[in-house]
Each structure stands twice: as C-alpha cells, then as structure tokens.
Design a protein around this ligand. Structure first.
Ligand code: ADP
Ligand SMILES: C[C@H](O)[C@H](O)[C@@H](O)C(=O)COP(=O)(O)O
Ligand code: MG
Length: 484
C-alpha cells in the first residue's frame, strides 16, 4: 500500500509518498512548496487557501506518477485555528501565531485564572501564542458565529473530506485540554465563552478520517485517497519518526522551532517543570511529549531574509566554519527574537547592549546563532535531567536542522552527549508510520522505529572537550539565564 504524508511546517510544506518494501521504508518527495506568513494591515496571516491548493496539487502529482489509490495523513504546525460557519465556509483570515495580538494576553488571562492553576489543569507551557490566548483576543462576534473552531491540520482535513475532528496531539497545544479529564477544560472554555461543541470531537492519531472528496476539486485528476488522522501536530509526528530506543534518549526536532524533550508515559508537572516552562503535549499512543520550545532555525531564516547576500543554509554553515565560535553569548529564547522587525539588527543591538563583540558578516552571524543554540540546547538537556530524574546519554536531532553538521557537533560538544542526526524528514516519516500502523502493515511504534532505523542511516557526533563548563557559565553570566 502506498501512503502519502502531508507535512506543513512554518517555513515549508511537502508531500512525501512512502511504502514498505524488502523490510525498508522507501520514500519519494512528490511535491514541496513554500509556507510563511505575511503582514496585512498590521496583522500576520497564513495563506490557508494556498496551502489547500498545494496539498491538492501534490495529490494530483501522486496520481500523475501512477498511484491510483493511496492513504494520506496531514500534520502542520500547532496552535493556529480557522473559524468555520454553519455552511462550512471560513469566517476569517487565519492569524499566524507570531502575530503581536497576544503579546500581553498571558498577563490578562492569568489575572483571572492563576498561572499555576492553568498549568495544573493543562500541563502546557506558557507561550504567548497558545490558542487559549489567541481565542481570548479573538473577535467575540466571529467566535459566536463559528460552528467549528478547527486547528489548521483539522481544517485542511475538513476541506478535503468534509469531516470535522479535533486531533488530540495538536489539540493539546491549545492549552485548553484538561490532562486529568482528557478533554476540554470547562472553566477555560467558559473564560472564552466557547461552547464545547464548537470544537469537533477529540480523536486520536491513527483513526480513519474519510475519503478525499474529489468532486470538490473537479479541475484536478486525483487518486482515490483515504485520509487517516496522524500526529497532526508536526512535532508529534517528528517524535514518532525519531528512531529512539530504550530509556536514555532525548529528541531535538530541529526545524523552524527547536523542540527538545523526552517521550514520557505520563505528564510531568512538578514545580521545576512549571518554573522552567516545560510542556506536556500529547503524543501518539497515549504518550506525553515533555519538551521545551527553543527558538530554532527561525533565527537563521530571518537572518537570511535580512541579508543582502542570498546564501542557502548549507552556505551559511560553510561561512560559519571560517569563524571562531562562541564569540558572543545571546539568549535567543528571549521574546525579542520571536518576531523582530529585523533579526540581524536585533542580534547586533543585543550584543551592543551586553558589551559583546558585534557579529557583522554572514559567517559571524551564523556562528553566533549556532554557538548559542548549542549552549541553549545543552542547558535544556541539563534542566530536563534535573526536572525528570531521567538520564540522557544520546540526543536524536531530526528535521531540517539535522543537516547542519557544524551545529550537530557543537551540540555534542556543549551538551557532552552523543548526537545522532537524522532523518531530516522525520516528521513525514512519523506521519507515514502512523498510517502504516493504522493499515495493519506495522504492529506498533516500536516496529515502526525499527523500520526507520533500518531505512535511514543516522550520522553520529561524539562530544569533544571544548571548555564546555566555562562557555555555559559565560553564557549564563552574559545573558542572565540561570540554570533552574
Ligand atoms: N543543508 C542544510 N544545512 C544547514 N541547515 C539546513 C540544511 N537544510 C535545512 N536546514 C535547516 O532546516 C530548516 C528547515 O527545517 P524543516 O524541518 O524543513 O522546517 P519546517 O518543518 O519548520 O518548515 C531551515 O530553516 C534550515 O535552517
Ligand atoms: C507554534 C508551535 O510551537 C510550533 O508549531 C511548534 O510546536 C512546531 O511544531 C513547529 O514545527 P516546525 O516544523 O514549523 O518547526
Ligand atoms: Mg517541520
């Protein structure tokens, strides 16, 4: 059986087909398209109709390649939603999570329901753009009109099959689900004046969603396609597609964001987890993704956008290799880097404010970003071990960022852990694995991960002794980021 993974991250989307042959997973990228948000009248929006069109184009390409019948699953970035009316029509443009409308909403909401109470209910990290805060700022009249409030992957599935569901892994990122009750928290819904039935029923990954409604897209020659739910939060699929075994591994899903954490059988919401803003997003098969959001390759995407030279990401790495690393210490996890007007200027101002050497060239800027991301990852791993009591001796880096051998080595050096890099398309692979389990081709996630490890060679990076402790201490001194 041929399966199609539709994976749409914040910077790019792709349709990848996969099938199991001779004990290996064979994949082919069939369609890739750009994603990104644009500002209109001061608000940041996604182009959701562009994404629907690109998904359908990708499915048409699948048919053109001779695949008359496939299954498919959709995963995208988290938290953002679409309001849909009684007729199934979108009520508004889709606001992007980096929009400034929720800049001060955490304070507003937690002045009504205390922060620790929300964390005890949901176990979810406080990020300004969580759906809870976006809906708090949403136009109340529009909200009342909405028959459905659908997260982006659920909306795409609705457009393609006509069926509305709320897939659980992505639903958890809303910070509206009650972990104990395993459904929406009524107090939080009341705060937003939202009825429970405005959210479609919660479903887990691996369930049949329904057939592609070809008649909706008469201008395309499309395959027969049965959609399944998968880990529709892309990070849930990325972790499912990470070939980690045993207990002592952690993952770093390195794309626009860096999501660093462990796969846990139960939520971890102790005081240290709360203080250090770790999250318990729901994973596949009832697991929890105990992780932290770290500003990832977004920084490099924005540096690239604001430089006159047009370097690709591999060229940035080559330029960075020519520069002495760890020349300045920048905490890229500060909110100022979430959506700054000009990332290059923001980095320079930060270095001037902290009396540090100012990076000027593309190589100096890239080296500054990679050096500090490696330190931030190392601190996050240390904190993760303290919070959970879970020892980590190897870090799996997956996603586009796993192609960056320089950063992989720096991460091994700063963390003192072995780094296993790849697969770079772990998200799409995790999406495919869930479909193959649902189709009965794989017994479970363990077998799926075995298949991944037999199909995609990992690249190993061993830690070198590079004044790790001194550099981390200097980072903490210069940025004020103290360990927990
Ligand atoms: N060859 C490469 N060398 C260094 N970095 C790379 C390379 N390829 C991709 N990347 C990094 O991976 C990022 C994209 O990762 P990806 O997982 O596709 O992101 P998303 O899913 O968020 O769209 C790019 O922003 C870039 O920083
Ligand atoms: C807004 C969320 O934190 C974001 O979606 C993150 O969880 C994520 O999954 C990003 O995935 P990318 O592939 O866009 O890095
Ligand atoms: Mg991604």
């Amino acid at each position: 059986m041929t399966h199609a993974a539709i994976d749409i991250g914040a910077s790019s989307g792709r349709l990848i087909i996969g099938e199991m042959k001779d004990g290996k997973l064979h994949m082919k990228e069939v369609h890739r398209f750009a994603n990104g948000f644009t500002e209109k009248k001061g608000t940041a929006y996604w182009d959701i109709d562009h994404l629907v069109r690109e998904v359908v184009k990708g499915l048409a390409e699948v048919k053109r390649l001779g695949y008359a019948s496939v299954t498919a699953g959709i995963d995208t970035w988290a938290v953002d939603y679409v309001l849909v009316d009684e007729q199934g029509k979108r009520l508004q443009e889709v606001v992007a999570y980096r929009d400034s409308r929720t800049e001060h909403t955490i304070e507003k909401v937690t002045s009504i329901i205390p922060k620790n109470v929300i964390y005890e209910k949901t176990g979810i990290q406080f990020l300004p753009f969580n759906t809870l805060f976006q809906l708090y700022e949403e136009d109340k009249e529009l909200l009342q009109k909405a028959k459905h409030i659908l997260l982006v992957p659920d909306y795409l599935g609705f457009c393609l099959t006509g069926r509305a569901v709320t897939e659980a892994t992505n639903a958890s990122t809303m910070q509206l689900l009650n972990v104990a009750g395993q459904d929406f928290d009524q107090e939080l819904l009341d705060l937003l004046s939202i009825q429970r039935n405005q959210f479609a029923p919660l479903v887990g990954p691996g369930e049949k969603l329904g057939p592609l409604r070809k008649e909706t897209f008469p201008e395309y020659d499309l395959p027969d396609c049965e959609f399944y739910t998968v880990g529709s939060h892309d990070t849930a699929s990325a972790i499912a597609g990470t070939p980690g075994f045993g207990e002592e591994w952690a993952y770093l899903s390195s794309g626009t964001w860096s999501l660093l954490g462990i796969e846990s059988a139960a939520p971890i919401t102790n005081p240290l987890a709360y203080e250090d803003n770790y999250t318990n997003e729901w994973g596949v098969f009832g697991t929890y993704r105990f992780l932290k959001n770290i500003m990832g390759m977004w920084v490099m995407q924005e540096v690239r956008r604001h430089l006159p030279q047009d370097y690709n990401f591999a060229e940035f790495v080559e330029e960075a290799k020519k520069v002495e690393p760890y020349q300045q210490f920048v905490n890229f996890n500060e909110d100022r880097f979430l959506n700054s007007l000009n990332m290059v200027d923001e980095i320079k101002v930060y270095c001037r404010e902290t009396n540090q050497p100012v990076p000027e060239t593309p190589g100096e800027l890239a080296s500054c970003v990679y050096s500090n991301l490696a330190i931030i990852y190392a601190i996050a791993i240390n904190d993760l071990q303290k919070i959970t009591g879970h020892s980590v001796n190897r870090l799996h880096i997956v996603g586009g960022g796993s192609n960056n051998a320089l950063l992989n080595q720096m991460t091994a050096d700063m963390s003192g852990k072995a780094v296993l890099a790849g697969p770079s398309e772990a998200t799409a692979i995790g999406n495919l694995i869930m479909q193959m389990i649902a189709a009965g081709e794989l017994a479970d996630l363990e077998e799926g991960r075995q298949l991944i490890s037999h199909s995609f060679p990992l690249v190993s990076f061993q830690p070198a002794s590079v004044n790790r402790d001194e550099r981390i201490q200097e980072f903490q001194l210069k940025t004020g980021k103290q360990p927990i």
